[in-house]
Design a protein. Structure first.
Length: 336
């Protein structure tokens, strides 16, 4: 959602709109770069859940005072004209098979209030659309599916020489394939499943390259940890495949970003992105299940397919930032 907010701010700005962002805490350097007016509704930091509740109450009050303005909510706050659904708690719990805790129930209540008061709810995939109907009873007339955008200027195919330079920069030699795994939540993104799949590939033929959160101990030799990578487009381009066997993936922009950089992606059939990548050609391998054999077979398939050259799926599904902003402006006008 942080990346999505960045794209919305740059997209609306480039379309000539003035932006105002209502947040609990702002990154002032980033705010200065993007140029929106910042409204901070500060709350105590701990405990995190109660901070979210307090922010929701403050945001509800602020939205009531600005009810005549077009408002878009990325958080679970009631009263916005448009609420974005890039994931939902009930769908997540069902997918991972976890019982509801008190915290889960409060998260779900906040979601239900946000969806119930919105004039339009935007689902980031058909998967989210179905879950909003099934779990939250959002009426069809207030529900629209619109895939999240990708920055086609930032994510692009690199030349062969540029790619070799990036591989040297990251310390990748040609003795094994590098499987890019960008993740801040390794359990949800399936790092354990990917490690298990290596047992079904030739020994030492692949190395998992983790960008983001620290992986568990004891994986040396199979997993290399890079920390947080600011220029993910360069890591995508340097890698041989991007593989996230996610247990729950409402959409999954990483698959699209990787393919735009020329690197094939291994995508679970349960991920929202599979809806648009299933017809994207050999650059995407759609896994029917998350067992180790299926993951390994998909990795073999994309490594054999080579670099991605056809990215027409971006235009077919209107995934560019300008196209997304145009669609949102039309929806805001329609549901004003």
């Amino acid at each position: 959602m942080e990346r999505y907010l960045y794209d919305l701010l740059t997209g609306f700005r480039d379309a000539g709109d003035e932006n105002r962002v209502v947040v609990r805490r702002a990154d002032r350097a980033l705010a200065q770069e993007l140029g929106p007016e910042i409204v901070e509704l500060k709350t105590l930091s701990q405990p995190r859940l109660w901070a979210k509740v307090r922010f929701s109450l403050k945001a509800k009050r602020w939205l009531s005072e600005h009810s005549g303005e077009p408002t878009v909510a990325l958080a679970r706050v009631p009263g916005a004209k448009m609420v974005m659904c890039g994931g939902n708690h009930l769908g997540y719990l069902e997918r991972i098979g976890r019982r509801r805790s008190l915290q889960d129930r409060l998260e779900i209540y906040m979601e239900k209030r946000a969806y119930a008061t919105a004039r339009v709810v935007v689902a980031h995939s058909q998967l989210m659309h179905r879950q909003l109907v099934q779990f939250y009873q959002v009426p069809a007339e207030r529900l629209v599916t619109l895939y999240p955008p990708v920055d086609t200027q930032r994510f692009h195919v690199y030349s062969a020489d540029e790619r070799q330079g990036l591989r040297r920069q990251f310390g990748f030699d040609d003795d094994r394939a590098r499987l890019v795994f960008p993740s801040g939540n390794h359990l949800r993104k399936g790092l354990d499943l990917l490690v298990a799949a290596l047992a079904h590939l030739p020994e030492d033929s692949c190395e998992i390259v983790v960008a983001g959160g620290t992986p568990p101990r004891g994986l040396a030799g199979r997993v290399r940890y890079l920390g947080y990578v600011n220029k993910m487009e360069e890591l995508y381009a340097a890698g041989d495949a991007t593989v996230l066997p996610s247990r729950y993936e409402p959409f999954g922009l990483v698959y699209v970003e990787s393919m735009l950089c020329g690197t094939p992606a291994v995508v679970p059939a349960s991920a929202g992105a599979a809806e648009i990548l299933k017809d994207a050609g050999p650059g995407a391998a759609i896994m029917p299940s998350l067992d180790a054999e299926s993951i390994a077979a998909a990795i073999k398939a994309v490594l054999a397919s080579g670099r991605v050259t056809d990215t027409q799926f971006v235009d077919r599904h209107k995934l560019s930032v300008p196209a997304h902003i145009l669609a949102l402006r039309e929806l805001l006008e329609q549901f004003s």
